[in-house]
Ligand binder design. Structure first.
Ligand code: SF4
Length: 326
């Protein structure tokens, strides 16, 4: 591993003063970054440890639920406020990684984790995300885990998070601090599609720090479900996952939220399918129709073409669970 300098600035302001320098990376739980450094994929000159910053709070605000960027995945998943107000988030977190990793991983780090595309981690292989312009090993290679939505000829990697899929579905906002103050971004806009710049995963700019997320109040706590299809029941990334949330009154859907994981470079929100459900009975037939609608524009690349059938089946099943039909 390349040698690096370790810094632990005392305050958030002091962190902001040092993180805009080239070659600087922030470390919190380190559950992804340390792997990347061991393999020579990430080679920072300086690591800025932020674990001591006061960003672990989980609190009710006037408009929703605030979760600090350094709250541990394990703590958030077991928190009473989260269980009561946003159980979809707790379900997604418990589906992710392993108990040991959830005990180290933070909310902000979960958002910043990088793709698990095998070519990205293998420094002997071409990968536009790791070395722009070097090619994409997965496009015509082993792409079983890869995207069916939003890919480009440059990259068809997927974002690996479960937590982020639920936060995208729940209309969360990302709270970001920078030298000019704070800004907020809809969670659905935080991660990018690859386009011609797959090396960029998200909209964070140099010198910025995620300090928290906020989930607005909603009526989804009774009818939500996170369904993850994977090769093993534990410690495996999603082949396809679905976060489904419904607001149902007298059997009729008032509002719906749907997002998929394991299918795109970002959590993939299914806006058309959501709209198609509003005003309709919460029935299996309507869920299947919405699932078919959600797959418009999906494209397989060979080994991952099974996701074109697995996707709609998973959406319909997640909606059935959310509606209490299973
Ligand atoms: Fe690299 Fe993206 Fe291609 Fe994977 S899919 S090899 S991450 S460019």
């Amino acid at each position: 591993m390349k040698q690096f300098q370790y810094l632990r600035p005392a305050t958030q302001q002091a962190v902001l003063d040092v993180i805009n320098k080239p070659g600087t990376k922030i470390i919190a739980g380190g559950t992804n970054l340390v792997d990347l450094m061991k393999r020579g994929v990430a080679t920072p000159d300086k690591l800025v440890d932020i674990n001591h910053l006061p960003l672990k709070n989980i609190t009710i605000t006037k408009t929703g639920l605030h979760i600090g960027a350094l709250a541990l995945n394990s703590v958030v998943s077991e928190n009473d406020l989260v269980a009561k107000k946003q159980p979809l988030l707790a379900m997604a977190l418990k589906a992710g990684a392993s108990p040991q990793l959830r005990n180290m991983a933070t909310v902000g780090g979960n958002m910043m984790q990088r793709t698990r595309c095998g070519y990205f981690y293998d420094t002997t292989m071409p990968c536009n995300k790791r070395v722009p312009g070097s090619g994409c090993g997965a496009y015509e290679g082993v792409n079983r885990m890869h995207a069916i939505f939003g890919g480009s000829e440059q990259c068809i990697a997927v974002h690996p998070s479960d937590m982020c899929v639920s936060l995208a579905a729940l209309d969360a906002e990302v709270i970001i601090a920078g030298k000019k103050g704070e800004r907020r971004l809809p969670f659905t806009e935080f991660h990018r599609l690859p386009g011609d710049h797959p090396e960029m995963d998200n909209q964070l700019t140099a010198g910025e720090l995620i300090i928290g997320v906020e989930i607005p109040d909603n009526n989804f706590s009774k009818n939500s479900y996170y369904l993850k299809v994977r090769d093993r029941q534990s410690y495996a990334f999603a082949l396809v996952s679905v976060a489904a949330a419904l607001d149902i009154e007298n059997g009729i859907i008032q509002h719906a939220r749907l997002a998929m994981g394991g299918v795109a470079h970002k959590p993939w929100r299914l806006f058309d399918a959501e709209r198609s459900l509003i005003g309709k009975p919460a029935s299996e037939d309507n869920f299947k129709q919405a699932a078919q609608l959600a797959m418009q524009g999906a494209k397989g690349y060979g080994y991952n073409s099974f996701k074109l059938k697995l996707g709609p089946a998973t959406i319909a099943e997640a909606l059935k669970h959310a509606a209490g039909l299973v």
